[in-house]
Design a protein around this ligand. Structure first.
Ligand SMILES: Cc1cc2nc3c(=O)[nH]c(=O)nc-3n(C[C@H](O)[C@H](O)[C@H](O)COP(=O)(O)OP(=O)(O)OC[C@H]3O[C@@H](n4cnc5c(N)ncnc54)[C@H](O)[C@@H]3O)c2cc1C
Length: 307
């Protein structure tokens, strides 16, 4: 019997508790999400109940402490979630959920006040508030230090102006964890984080972007025009937003890697399964039909030259 991909590629970072979690997430994903995945990808959207259902199951707070409504697990448990979400068959859903659990909300636990935790983190863990993360701008992708969105003080308020792009969950989100400049001459010490409710006047979704894949997750362009926020919208330490968001990106990118590798593994499993059906178990006429319809059409135009 050939070795199973499932058992041979598992890393030693996962302990028996993680494997128990994996089994329960997998059952959830296969029962609740996978049957809809294709339709959601085709429709280019998925319903908000995905967040509340995941929240009810406890999966949006796996690595958050119980005191804030989480499950008290470790970082590896959130990697398990990301790997298993890949099995739902919709990259868009996995992406949207990862933004909720591992991108927009970790800075709230680490840097947020008790009031900010109550207002944003607890409902995000329950799935009743959807989060997005606003870093990228038309001129600032990899180069986060080039962010131009500006937040200036006006009395005790902050007034924010700028543009954000490629913001996952940006259309449906209730709030955004936003990076803005607060002091231009201060270089890397001139950025700050803010928690912005998306119903604040001046916050506009200017476009929902089309993508090559992950169609079901919404990816938005956002305009901020004189978005006025109270002083307590500042998250963490004024001027230290660059270091704070670099801390966040470490966890975010590793979660992205786990999801990408799990998605690739899923594709490979699917290909192997398909090849086996095509070559072994299907009847001759079924194989002939498949070769005429489903199999890739590409063939080399000429035989490769002998070396
Ligand atoms: C589907 C999707 C969802 C996203 N969701 C979000 C989100 O929710 N929130 C958010 O803030 N952003 C989001 N992003 C943006 C994403 O984080 C950025 O696309 C990413 O940071 C890269 O930025 P960029 O696209 O501007 O590429 P660029 O920064 O222009 O980079 C283009 C290429 O050049 C390379 N490069 C860049 N600088 C250098 C350098 N100095 N030296 C060598 N090579 C370099 C890069 O590695 C890359 O290969 C999303 C993007 C996508 C595609």
């Amino acid at each position: 019997m050939p070795p199973s991909m499932e058992t041979t590629i598992r890393s030693s970072i996962f302990n028996p508790e993680h494997e128990t979690l994996r089994a329960s997430v997998r059952a959830f994903v296969e029962r609740e999400l996978a049957p809809h995945a294709e339709a959601w990808e085709q429709a280019g959207d998925f319903p908000d109940w995905v967040f509340t259902k995941l929240g009810d199951a406890g999966y949006l707070g796996l690595a958050y402490p119980e005191e804030v409504g989480g499950q008290g697990g470790d970082y590896i448990s959130t990697l398990v979630l990301k790997e298993e979400m890949a099995r739902c068959g919709s990259g868009g859903v996995g992406m949207a959920v990862a933004v909720q659990t591992d991108m927009a909300t970790p800075p709230i636990l680490k840097y947020g006040s008790p009031a900010q935790i109550d207002e944003y983190l607890r409902p995000a863990i329950k799935g009743t508030k959807i989060a997005c993360l606003g870093i990228t701008e038309p001129g600032a992708g990899s180069d986060v230090a080039n962010i131009q969105t500006l937040a200036v003080r006006d009395g005790s308020d902050w007034v924010i102006n700028g543009r954000k792009i490629f913001i996952t969950n940006g259309v449906r989100a209730h709030f955004c964890t936003l990076v803005a400049r607060t002091n231009k001459p201060a270089g890397h010490h001139g950025f700050s984080l803010f928690l912005v409710p998306t119903d604040t006047p001046g916050w506009t979704v200017t476009k929902r972007l089309d993508k090559l894949g992950m169609h079901s997750s919404d990816t938005a362009e956002i305009a901020l025009d004189d978005v006025r926020l109270p002083a307590d919208a500042l998250l963490g330490v004024e001027g230290e937003g660059f270091a704070q968001i670099m801390w966040e990106l470490q966890g975010e990118r590793l979660v992205g890697v786990a999801g990408s590798i799990a998605g690739s593994q899923r594709l490979l499993e699917g290909c192997i399964q398909y090849a086996k059906i095509g070559t072994r178990s299907a009847s001759r006429s079924e194989r002939t039909k498949r070769s005429r319809t489903d199999w890739p059409r590409w063939r080399p135009r000429s035989k490769p030259r002998a070396r």
